[in-house]
Design a protein around this ligand. Structure first.
Ligand code: NAD
Ligand code: ISE
Length: 338
């Protein structure tokens, strides 16, 4: 079966995923596109020969759409995801699932009422080979129980529109999701410490920021978010455990020795760093949809947890306090006991 995908939002990542579904992933075809910018939608639809729809609701309802991909702006996600659930169609939503915890809960309630999982959230790091190896080692018990995790998320630069709270809401959100998954644990408190800011930033921005998280089992996580580090796109993660440590590998890069120096390339953006992870993420999603299976990737509950934790972290930046993440008990539907 070829899965016919309708894409809502044909901007940066929407176009990237349309290319991926057209050229990389087998068993999928983009048949429908919509964007509030009609010209952009038409341009994006031309490549795969898709039909352009007037809006998200019309696209979700269309007969030639088996599954929905939401790549519009974050505040619009909830409406499109809820429409897809109401239509009983599988929906892949780029992060964030929704920008408020209340909207995320509305989505989980609608999905539970539907009775089976339809929603997958676009946290692609869970599909990265290095993170998967890290998880295998932790779960094997070889290094023992995790005690401390050191992470860094560095981007070379960000545009003027990037605000200080986006360090949590837009950037750290990836670590927050992948660490909950890696450690099979929940983040219960968050705090932000701000060192002196780099001079190489727009004046309104606090950069870098140090985020400190505590998990239910008592593991401590420190995350440096530094979005004007200049030198490249650099993702680091080291888990210190009772009997050893395990570290995320850097992407493969040849070593060059010349003129008395040894060097390896550092990537410059997340597109290249996580390209293979995005490909795997969509291969697995499409294979599941084609098989009529429930998605196995990040769930609507994971989307809810991420939004609660990122919102608390943004609040911690403003207040300077340690903030408890006030999360509802996890329902049985999502693997919990409530
Ligand atoms: P973008 O601004 O380039 O594109 C968003 C597009 O959505 C625009 O073309 C806009 O016109 C359109 N749009 C907005 N509201 C709409 C609506 N209601 N219906 C139809 N179209 C609508 O943004 P982007 O960088 O492509 O980001 C889109 C989403 O993807 C964001 O939620 C962002 O957080 C997420 N994202 C995820 C990753 C990742 O690593 N997983 C990376 C980048 C962006
Ligand atoms: C961006 O929005 C992303 O989602 C990228 O994956 C992330 O690495 C980057 O820092 C964010 O700004």
């Amino acid at each position: 079966m070829t899965v016919r995908v309708g894409v809502i939002g044909a901007g940066w990542i929407g176009q990237e995923h349309i290319r991926r579904l057209t050229d990389v992933v087998t068993g999928a075809r983009v048949t429908a596109v919509t964007d509030i910018d009609a010209e952009r939608a038409a341009r994006a639809a031309a490549g795969p020969g898709a039909r352009v729809y007037a809006d998200g609701a019309a696209l979700v309802a269309a007969d030639d759409v088996d599954a929905v991909l939401v790549t519009s702006w974050g505040p619009t996600h909830a409406e499109h995801v809820l429409n897809a659930i109401a239509a009983g169609k599988p929906v892949f939503c780029e992060k964030p699932l929704a920008t408020t915890a209340e909207d995320c809960l509305r989505i989980t309630e609608a999905e539970m009422a539907h009775g089976r999982r339809l929603v997958q959230v676009g946290f692609m790091r869970r599909f990265d080979h290095g993170y998967r190896q890290l998880k295998d080692v932790i779960e094997s018990g070889r290094v023992g129980e995790p005690l401390v995790v050191h992470c860094a998320h560095r981007n070379p630069t960000v545009p003027e529109s990037y605000t200080s709270d986006m360090a949590a809401l837009d950037t750290a959100v990836h670590e927050i999701d992948v660490l909950r998954w890696l450690l099979d644990d929940e983040i219960v408190s968050t705090q932000v410490v701000t060192p002196r800011s780099t001079s190489k930033r727009f004046a309104h921005l606090k950069d870098p920021q140090l985020m400190l998280f505590e998990t239910a089992k008592g593991t401590r996580i420190d995350l440096e978010v530094f979005v004007n580090c200049q030198y490249g796109y650099d993702i680091q993660c080291e888990v210190v455990a009772e009997d050893g440590l395990v570290r995320l590998p850097d992407p493969a890069a040849v070593g060059v020795r010349t003129a008395g120096q040894h060097s390896t390339e550092v990537l410059t953006d997340w597109v290249g760093r996580f390209e293979a992870a995005f490909d795997t993420e969509f291969r697995e999603w499409i294979a599941g949809v084609a098989a009529g299976a429930e998605p196995t990737g990040p769930s609507a509950w994971d989307g809810y947890a991420a939004t609660v934790i990122t919102s608390a972290t943004a609040e911690a930046l403003t207040s300077g306090d340690v903030i408890s993440t006030d999360m509802k008990p996890r329902p049985v539907f999502y693997g919990g006991t409530a």
